[in-house]
Ligand binder design. Structure first.
Ligand code: GLU
Length: 447
């Protein structure tokens, strides 16, 4: 395999699909050396097959807004790879959603799910529907219209969607309600992230953030450091950032900055439990403004318009918002302000030049597909509970999540340790995920 040749072919075939091409390039560059040591991979054209989704469903979603106006959006489901299990991955509702974005997310999801140790293939879906400013009734009507098209492409043993940006517990409720009505199936296993009284796993809402902090703990431990007392800067205030803040505070770290599309807030004494609870109110309001936190807690937080969380002096940066949210300039600012570790929690949250800067300037860095895998892993645990008609306690789920994050960290160390003993977590995560999927594809023949 020659990465330059494969990338040139993909660029010619999919011009303008920048996120997808970026995600593929990062993985191929990491695995090139190992791949070329295995002639059987090349013979079965594993890479050429792996970079293409198995199939993409595209559909029109028509709904009526509160003023009675008819609205039309596009909906998608990208079923990327099913070699190690049923398609699995979230749904993203965001005005910028395109096939390129969902292809990149489905591709990443394939490797991430492989890292979880659970049998789940990779998928992603969503819509260019913009939840900002929408009423609860509009969200419900949109979710129902979306599921009207999606329902017969999914199933508990075929494809199991979940949440992602713009899709949380409320949206999963509306989506699942419509699925049940259409499919007349009530065994609750077709979406994950459900409410706890109707099949949802306890701790699923917290799991991505909790898992990210467990991974960060292992990474710090390996580097001879402890998270206690460390200052954290976090971007975003959705479900992922919320879980990360909760666990960070439990572990004795201090969250001193948060950010949103409108700017950032400085929290000199660290985030409090009341502020963490208020993140849920902000998410449900669909206003998408971090300033609301400073308005609610004026003596604890101050708002700075137009700035990112990365301008705050911190030890550890946790991007928890959106792809490519952290640029090379942000990385330089972080380093100049004393930051020595960045664990990417958003999918592909750091631009390639930022990762390169971190890695060549002594800043510990781990990629999203390893750090944020606790979310989908706990979705996998929800699938197991649904299939066996049982519910585990919070302790059982948390123990399993912790064990999975430890195992992901070990896989990164196994495949990413450099000759000097330090760990290249990007390489480690990519090779570990790739090897599992590649071997499954080989064993299943040319299909
Ligand atoms: N959207 C989440 C992710 O990026 C969770 C997916 C899931 O639970 O299926 O991994």
């Amino acid at each position: 395999m020659k990465v330059t040749k494969i990338m040139a072919d993909l660029q010619a075939k999919y011009p303008g699909e920048s996120e997808y091409l970026q995600a593929v390039q990062e993985v191929l560059e990491s695995i090139e050396e190992v791949y070329n040591e295995h002639p059987e991979f090349e013979q079965a054209k594993i890479v050429e097959r792996m970079v293409e989704p198995d199939r993409i469903f595209t559909f029109r979603v028509t709904w009526v807004d509160d003023s009675g106006q008819v609205r039309t959006n596009l909906g998608y489901r990208v079923q990327f790879n099913s070699a190690i299990g049923p398609y699995k991955g979230g749904l993203r509702f965001h005005r910028k959603v395109t096939p390129s974005m969902l292809k990149f997310l489905g591709f990443e999801q394939t490797f991430k799910n492989a890292l979880t140790t659970l049998p789940m293939g990779g998928a992603k879906g969503g819509s260019d529907f913009d939840p900002v400013g929408k009423s609860d009734a509009e969200i419900m009507r949109f979710c129902q219209a979306f599921m009207l098209e999606l329902w017969n492409c999914i199933g508990p043993d075929q494809d199991v969607p979940a949440g992602d940006v713009g899709v949380g517990g409320r949206e999963i409720g509306y989506l699942d309600g419509m699925y049940r009505k259409l499919a007349r199936e009530y065994n609750t296993g077709v979406l994950t992230g459900k409410g706890q009284t109707w099949g949802g796993s306890i701790l699923r809402p917290e799991a991505t953030g909790y898992g990210a902090l467990y991974f960060t703990q292992h990474l710090l431990h390996k580097a001879g450091k402890d998270i206690k007392g460390k200052k954290l800067a976090i971007s975003g205030f959705g479900n992922v950032a919320w879980g990360a803040c909760k666990k960070a505070v439990q572990l004795g770290a201090k969250v001193i900055a948060l950010s949103g599309p409108d700017g950032m807030i400085n929290i000199p004494d660290g985030i409090t439990p009341e502020m963490i609870d208020y993140m849920l109110v902000m998410r449900a309001s669909n206003r998408d403004k971090i300033e609301d936190m400073a308005v609610k807690f004026p003596d604890k937080a101050s708002f700075v318009a137009g700035k990112k969380a990365w301008s705050a002096p911190c030890d550890i940066a946790l991007p928890c918002a959106f792809q490519n949210e952290l640029s090379e300039d942000d990385a330089k600012e972080l380093k100049a302000n004393g930051c020595w570790c960045c664990c990417e929690v958003s999918n592909m949250g750091c631009q390639p030049a930022a990762i390169h800067f971190f890695q060549s300037n002594g800043v510990l860095f781990a990629p999203g597909k390893a750090v944020n895998a606790g979310g989908v892993a706990t979705s996998g645990l929800e699938m197991t509970q649904n299939a066996s008609h049982i519910s585990w306690s919070a302790q059982e789920v948390d123990d399993k999540l912790h064990f999975i994050m430890q195992s992901i960290h070990e896989q990164c160390v196994k495949y990413g340790t450099r000759p000097d003993g330090s760990v290249d977590y990007v390489k480690g995560a990519n090779i570990a995920g790739f090897m599992k999927v590649a071997h499954a594809m080989l064993e299943q023949g040319i299909i």
